[in-house]
Design a protein around this ligand. Structure first.
Ligand SMILES: Nc1ncnc2c1ncn2[C@@H]1O[C@H](COP(=O)(O)OP(=O)(O)OP(=O)(O)O)[C@@H](O)[C@H]1O
Length: 744
């Protein structure tokens, strides 16, 4: 299609010959064929477009060519395909091989078409323009030239005719060409119209195809939407179907279960029915039995009616008796009430008697003098036995051997006073200078003597009144004296169990108990504790921080209140016996203990536990200040006996202990002498121990010394020394104890 307009777009070009026309025709044919081919590619609407121009089909060129050809054939004998015209036309444009024309028309044609420079190239000896140039006088040549000129002239005249015919032909051809051009223009116009229409149709077609495309897209979208909706609906339908299936399955299961349940119920009912039938049978049998029983019973009832009558009369008699008893009970109740009142009065009396008894006890103590001495002998312990080469077996022979050994080791100590337990007799045998055995027997009397079998409770029973008197406002001092390993610590502190607990925990418990009881009488008590150790004449606070506190403690006495204070020593408020027990445990772990030959756990220091108790009677306004000092003295053995002479530190310890113990003896002796002389100086300051216990050792306080003795024969001499010291103390009267009581 695009080639066709280009062919017809140059109307000014020289008209082509038949070959050109045929070429054009073939080109047109080709173009039309291509058009047809292209038309084949167009949408199917295109034939409809062409149908509107059927009267002028799109193949006019082919018809026009045919027409032209037929016309040419009809008007002249010379067909257009003759060679002359093309040669002429060609010579006009490109070739100049023909001879020059002689006529003016041919000359002019020649001169207008041929270049003069090219003519001599064919014939060199002939001038081209012989007629107009200078004439050479060569006669032969002139003749020949004349002949040629004649020939040319005849040729020209002959061809002039031909030329005229050709010009006529040319004119005819020109008119044909004009026709063809007109036809061509018409066709071109038709073609342009067709193109315009085609463009319109193409535009329409593109619009339509756009619409189709849009429709396709919309259709695809709608299709997609529909597919999506459909899928969703299908999914929903599937879900619903699944739900329905599961619901249906559940319902089916429920129904099956229901059916099974019903079946079970039916079975149960059938079983019940069977049982009921059995029961009914049995009941029927029972009814028949009962009927016979009833007949028996009615007979028995008659008999019972008679019996009942008799019992009624018996009941009346018993009722009378019961009334009598009730009267007796009410009179007994009255008597009980009277007795209860009597008991209360007696209790009150007892309490008053207890108070009076305590007063009397104190009076007795005062009359007896304020230092009392108890003596306690510990049992022989397995640890006292020499360690055997072979370990003892648990057989009876092993036990007997141990007992025999104990017996052998035991000193000859007797307790003849079985009633009052106040006497101890020690027998010793020694060799005289003459080699004879000398037997000596020593009798000692104390306030109380405890045999090896005596328990802690028995010992405490004797000192409990003394201990609790601190609640009445007395200064009380209990100290344990004896050689190392004699049982001082055991007596004062005791063991871990309730039965083995010593005097300190028992005394504290007692004081708390008494304080609680005295609350009813309006007494309120405040208690505080202090635990000190005197080691090598240095005071160590056992309730302080660390094993040895670095502080230098000083002892201060207040003569007004007869109280003693130690500077920088911890005084802990006491609230319960349990708290006191834990305090004692802490203190015990801090005590300095050094090993000696005599006792592995020998305590090489004095320990002083002080319980201060201040009371206030809210009813009477009375106030009391008392203290309880519980002293565990260091071992009293002599220097050689302990085997410490070789050890410098142990020697110093022992010397210090012995010095303080002899100072204690000196103080007690001086107190005894003071009682006689009145103005005797008491050397309290000779040791830290006596200075600390000044207020508890003076005549205003109650003092108890517990002498602990070893039962071993090996320790007999030490025991005798201790017994003599205790006797001295016991014989000392140091005055009358005074209550620290004032009325506010
Ligand atoms: N009455 C007793 N009953 C049973 N065992 C006792 C008794 N008295 C003391 N003992 C035991 O004897 C050993 C020595 O006693 P304890 O340590 O009390 O002696 P001590 O005089 O305090 O010695 P130290 O001066 O070295 O402190 C301990 O094992 C103790 O348990």
């Amino acid at each position: 299609m695009s080639r066709l307009p280009r062919l017809h777009s140059s109307p000014d070009r020289p008209v082509a010959g038949p070959s050109m026309v045929s070429t054009m025709t073939s080109l047109k044919r080709k173009a039309i064929t291509e058009d047809d081919e292209e038309a084949m590619d167009q949408p199917k609407k295109l034939p409809a477009i062409g149908r509107g121009h059927q009267s002028r089909p799109l193949q006019p060129t082919r018809n026009a060519t045919n027409l032209t050809t037929s016309r040419l054939n009809g008007t002249t004998s010379r067909p257009l395909t003759r060679p002359q015209a093309p040669n002429l036309t060609t010579s006009r444009t490109t070739r100049g091989t023909s001879a020059p024309p002689t006529s003016s028309s041919s000359r002019s044609l020649y001169s207008s078409t041929r270049q003069p420079a090219k003519a001599p190239t064919t014939r060199k000896d002939l001038p081209i323009r012989t007629a107009s140039g200078p004439t050479r006088c060569i006669s032969e040549d002139d003749k020949k030239i004349q002949a040629i000129a004649n020939k040319v002239e005849s040729w020209q005249s002959m061809h002039g005719n031909k030329l005229a015919g050709l010009e006529a032909d040319m004119a005819a051809e020109r008119s044909k060409v004009a026709d063809l051009e007109a036809n061509h223009n018409f066709l071109r116009k038709q073609l342009e119209d067709a193109k315009t229409q085609e463009l319109l149709k193409q535009r329409e077609l593109s619009n339509v195809s756009d619409e189709i495309e849009a429709l396709k897209k919309r259709h695809a979208r709608e299709l997609k939407d529909l597919e999506f909706d459909l899928k969703r609906e299908v999914t929903a339908a599937k879900d619903e179907l699944a739900n329905m299936k599961s619901r249906h399955a559940r319902e089916l299961m429920d129904l099956e279960m229901d059916v099974k349940k019903r079946e079970r119920e039916i079975q149960q009912l059938q079983e019940d029915l069977r049982l009921c039938r059995g029961d009914l049978e049995r009941e029927r049998e029972t009814v028949s039995t009962l009927k016979s029983t009833i007949s028996h019973q009615s007979n028995a009832r008659i008999a019972l009616g008679t019996e009942n009558h008799a019992l009624q009369s018996q009941k009346t008699a018993l009722q009378t008796e019961l009334d009598m008893y009730l009267a007796t009970i009410s009179s007994l109740n009255l008597k009980l009430e009277a007795s209860q009142k009597e008991i209360d009065a007696l209790k009150h009396e007892t309490m008053e008697a207890e108070t009076a008894r305590r007063k009397l006890h104190n009076m007795v103590q005062e009359l007896k003098g304020n230092i009392r001495v108890f003596c306690r002998v510990r049992p022989v312990l397995p640890s006292d036995l020499p360690s055997p080469e072979t370990p003892p077996d648990s057989s009876s022979s092993g036990f007997d051997l141990a007992e025999r050994l104990k017996e052998e080791m035991r000193a000859n100590i007797a307790f003849p006073d079985r009633l009052d337990h106040k006497e101890i007799v020690v027998a010793s045998s020694s060799e005289s200078a003459t080699g004879q055995e000398r037997k000596e027997v020593y009798n000692f009397n104390f306030d109380r003597v405890f045999e090896p079998e005596s328990s802690q409770a028995e010992v405490f029973e004797e000192i409990s009144l003394l201990a609790q008197s601190c609640t009445d406002g007395y200064n009380v001092c209990v100290f344990a004296y004896g050689q190392t390993g004699s049982g001082k610590s055991f007596t004062m502190e005791g063991g871990p169990t309730a039965t083995s607990s010593g005097m300190i925990p028992r005394a504290v418990e007692q004081v708390f108990q008494v304080a609680e009881e005295l609350k009813r009488k309006g007494w309120e008590y405040k208690m505080e504790g202090q635990f000190l150790e005197i080691y090598n004449e240095t005071i160590n606070d056992l309730l302080g921080k660390g094993e040895f506190d670095k502080k230098k403690h000083e002892i201060k006495h207040d003569p007004k209140t007869n109280s003693t204070r130690v500077t920088d020593a911890n005084v802990v408020p006491l609230h319960s016996p349990t708290q006191v027990r834990s305090l004692l445990a802490v203190a015990q772990s801090r005590r300095s203990v050094a090993a000696t030959l005599m006792n592995e756990r020998s305590s090489r220091s004095h320990s002083v536990f002080t319980l201060r108790i201040s009371g206030h009677n809210v009813n009477t306004g009375e106030r009391s200040e008392g203290s309880l000092n519980l002293v565990d003295l260091a071992g009293s053995e002599r220097l050689n006996a302990s085997g410490t002479a070789a050890d410098k530190d142990r020697l110093k310890e022992t010397q210090s202990i012995n010095r303080s113990l002899s100072a204690l003896g000196d103080v007690i002796a001086a107190l005894g002498e003071k009682g006689e002389k009145g103005d005797k100086h008491i050397p309290y300051r000779n040791s830290k121990l006596t200075y600390l216990l000044q207020n508890s050792l003076s005549g205003n306080s109650k003092t108890l010394m517990i002498l602990n003795l070893s039962p071993l024969a090996a320790h007999l001499n030490e025991s005798l020394t201790s017994l003599r010291f205790a006797t001295k103390v016991n014989n000392t009267t140091i005055g009358t104890a005074k209550k620290q009581v004032r009325t506010s």
